[in-house]
Write a protein that binds this ligand. Sequence first.
Ligand SMILES: *Cc1c(COP(=O)(O)O)cnc(C)c1O
Length: 429
Amino acid sequence: MLDITKELLLTKYNINKEVFDLSEKALNDVEAQFKIYDSIREYNQYKVLDAFQKERISDSHFTNSSGYGYGDIGRDSLDLVYARVLGAEAALVRPHFVNGTHAIGTALFGNLRPNDTLLAISGKPYDTLHNIIGIDTDEKIGSLKEYGVKYKQIDLTPEFKFDLEKIKAELLGDSTIRVVHIQRSTGYGWRNSFTVDQLGEIISYVKSIRNDVLVFVDNCYGEFIDTKEPTEVGADLIAGSLIKNIGGGIAPTGGYIAGKKEYVEQAAYRLTVPGIGGECGSTFGVMRQLFQGLFLAPHVAMEAVKGAVYCARLMELAGFEVLPKYTDKRSDIIQAIKFNDPDKLIQFCKGIQKGSPIDSFVECEPWDMPGYKDQVIMAAGAFIQGSSIELSADAPIRAPYIAYLQGGLTFDHAKIGVLIALSNVLKTK
Ligand SMILES: *Cc1c(COP(=O)(O)O)cnc(C)c1O
């Protein structure tokens, strides 16, 4: 770090000497890890570049269709580029998906029918899917449950492994199981994300018992963290958000679904209507951003991962328990830090907010968020509202007081955010 940088941080943000020293040590310790992620980034960059070149993307694909959006070659070509990048037969990439939850819901609704069963094998799915499935609710909101789709769940073992025996018993014992759901990322859990190799193994296991089921993977936060995606190791269908990894911080909104052609098509009929599917939908002039975001995504995802790895080591050196550890193999961009103290947790989040380019002057506070039992604090100063490929941190205010940090469009920004956050935390001693 240049002396003038240190001076700037000292005078502007009051980062103390202790934190600087820990940071120097952390940077030194993470070097070998950064090399690994650099090589993954390079491979994925070429993979994306190759897909653009094979689809002969040109200026004319930055379309601005209106009305029905028939023959929008930008939209249709982006689907093909995504399919190539993800090693899938087909993809449906749309600004019309309002978020990742919508893309996941569309994939599930499109491929499940009354009396089918959805079987979740990585435990309870991400919070926002509960209403889609109808978990713990009988509200008349058009959930899968209300349409007669049954739901079963197999929790992970206490070691956070797939429960192979139970999975086998369910698959053999219940012929109505149509879709198997797996979540790659941790969500708000204290476990490691599943690597693509681990996903490949469990998918092969499921298929060896029943090859007539559709395996769906919630790929949120996972794109470009590995050299492969779940669709390359047997997943039939995946979905995710464009304001996380794969939008590269440039996509202004949207989601994607990718996988086997027939399943993507069924999902498309649900996104719009049967018979129309993905052939309609004007794109409001966002195609250039969606293409450019995808092009930048391998780089940006790794900036975020480096921020997470650095944060893991720094916070560990400062005496906090973290998951994953800085040397763990990662499969998403999330970093969990355990504070065992509500004040420290809140100060950490306030520090991230203070280091944001947008709304740095705002004090974030815990609040009663709809749909959550405990108060939640969220630090986010993003160019795109709610974008979590941008540096952000959030936490439910409950023991053991865990903060979930993710994102960072540049490593430098993630680093300064974490430095301010740790300084804040140490002041609460
Ligand atoms: C972010 C996320 C989703 C979808 O969330 P949105 O905020 O609707 O994009 C679903 N599953 C997981 C694991 C996620 O991290």
